[in-house]
Design a protein around this ligand. Structure first.
Ligand SMILES: [Zn+2]
Length: 112
């Protein structure tokens, strides 16, 4: 991990990364003030704050996206299967109607 520029804390939660591998997003922007200010310097956003912000605006993680795409593909396969099955059943219905025995006309009884 590249060393963080001062003050090396998250602009949102004002914390240093808790884990060595925790991602710190570099906004490539700085806070400039003419007086001593503990947040002066590079503006970073830590991974937990970035995730929280993303969630608020409706973003999902890559893992969630992948799971959703896999689920969508399974559902699309199921839809295709059901469409084919429905077409087969419709064809079977047409054939059944065509070749089903027709009701015989009622014959009047001559003795009555
Ligand atoms: Zn943070």
């Amino acid at each position: 991990m590249t060393p963080l520029l001062a003050p090396g804390i998250c602009l949102i939660c004002e914390q240093r990364p808790k884990l060595e591998y925790e991602l710190m997003l570099d906004t490539m922007r700085n806070i400039h003030v003419d007086f001593p200010f503990r947040l002066a310097g590079r503006k970073y956003i830590c991974e937990p704050c970035a995730v929280e912000l993303g969630t608020v605006v409706g973003l999902v993680s890559g893992v969630e996206l992948q799971e959703t795409l896999e689920q969508a593909l399974k559902l699309a396969d199921r839809v295709s299967f059901l469409e084919e099955e429905n077409a087969d059943l419709r064809q079977m219905h047409v054939l059944t109607e065509r070749f089903a025995p027709k009701p015989r006309p009622k014959v009047k009884n001559a003795q009555s």
